[in-house]
Design a protein around this ligand. Sequence first.
Ligand code: SIN
Length: 515
Amino acid sequence: MSTDNSSTAETVDTLVVGSGIAGCAAALAGAHEGSDVLLLTKAKRPADASTDWAQGGISTTGSDPETLKRDIIDASDGTADPEAIDVLLEDADAAVEDVLIDTLEIEFDRDDGGDLDYTREAAHSERRILHVDAATGTHILRPFLHYVDSHDRIEIRQDTAALELITHEGRVHGVISDRKPPEDDSSGPKAPTGHPIYAGSTVLATGGVGALYSRSTNPSDATGDGIAMAALAGADVADLEYVQFHPTAYAGDDPFLLSEALRGEGAVLCNGNGERFMDDYHPDAELAPRDVVARAVDAERETTGEVVLDVSPLEFEAEFPNIATKCRDRGIEGNEIPVAPCEHFLCGGIDVDDCGQTSLDRLYAVGECARTGVHGANRLASTSLLEGLVWGLRAGVDAVGHDPEVVEAPELLDSDPDLPERFAAEKSIRLRRTMDDYLGLERDPEEIARASAVLRRLKGEVDAYIRTRTARDLYELRNASVVALLIARAASENTESKGCHYVVDPEPVEHPAGD
Ligand code: SIN
């Protein structure tokens, strides 16, 4: 089904989907180049993006870019792409200086002498990370959104989800969104059959996949939307098996991140017997690469009952006030915080070049939904905000210069808008359980195959409904199930343990005697 509405169609030079650091950077760069930019976000408040939750900081190149390059490659177990890292290093310090310090005037923490206070995190060989308390993401994103929102070439449209890409002859021409432009109603009326927005270029900056797991440090709506839409439109994706788990999230319900900066400043991990254990796993102990620490924490929890992060070597309250407040709010008392690994970041994603261009014409991807090659199989701490900033700026510039074309757009159907009650919620629970059980920190080939079978069935059930309904939660579930299947496929095709993809021998199946 299609519609020809060229006279009334909404068009824009550059369409950005997502309101984290990468989306803001792309919007800013596009506007500076003279493009009119529309930034869509499904969040009701644009600040509700993963960037806002980032704690540790943003890496600079430190004393020598080559040393950072070596740290990135070592953390990735030798799998990060050196050319992609060179792109990152070439732009890193200028991007931080020009955009974050000069334009947004972010006041990174300083030491008593007034110099910038660089912190250290795991697998960094020196102090090179800029931060604001351990709430760096919030302190970057809020002013960034404010700046972008007041730019006369940029419009931010919130509570508006992109449901599908509009493609024609291998080129992307924008998206179908679930809301029309706002009129009097600030959130805009729902568009039951979808509202096409035609764009000269489309930049996906939709973040990660935390909602595919029951414990994540991402906002709960991180359903991999951009990756699913791009993959369904035929874009190349890569490295999806590399789902990174952060070693130290609060172990209780409703987990929150306990930044690596805590370990960088001296906090230590102890097991249920009260013993430090990281020396047994890696010469760098608590500062080993993230995947190594995450598996060690998991193993010690299994054998000794619990693992705690002991913050007594720090001036915890004074140095990390926002994390200390979070602990107090949860009733965590004393210096020992129970921790467990938690889904944190997808190292792979939509395959892009050094300007964020995907394999589809006029489609870009930046930030966590993109795979630039910088992270390989395991990301070095505090490189994600930097990668989002650098690639966002590059993509924003590269995306200009194309006029929007009004082509035939798919018209979505809403012939039976009422979903069975709790349909999406129940399927999401099944999806998360499958990912937790079979595609977590350790993977066994038989379990991956089992996961794929469950996920294929689940996606079939969702597809049957999506043909006749445009409900946002159904599309989010569709996206989550597409990305989950892609992760399962990538995991099944890669038999080598590297970084976040750790393959174990199948559990022996016990057969009854005489079997
Ligand atoms: C943290 O603060 O530990 C997270 C930093 C990151 O994921 O880069």
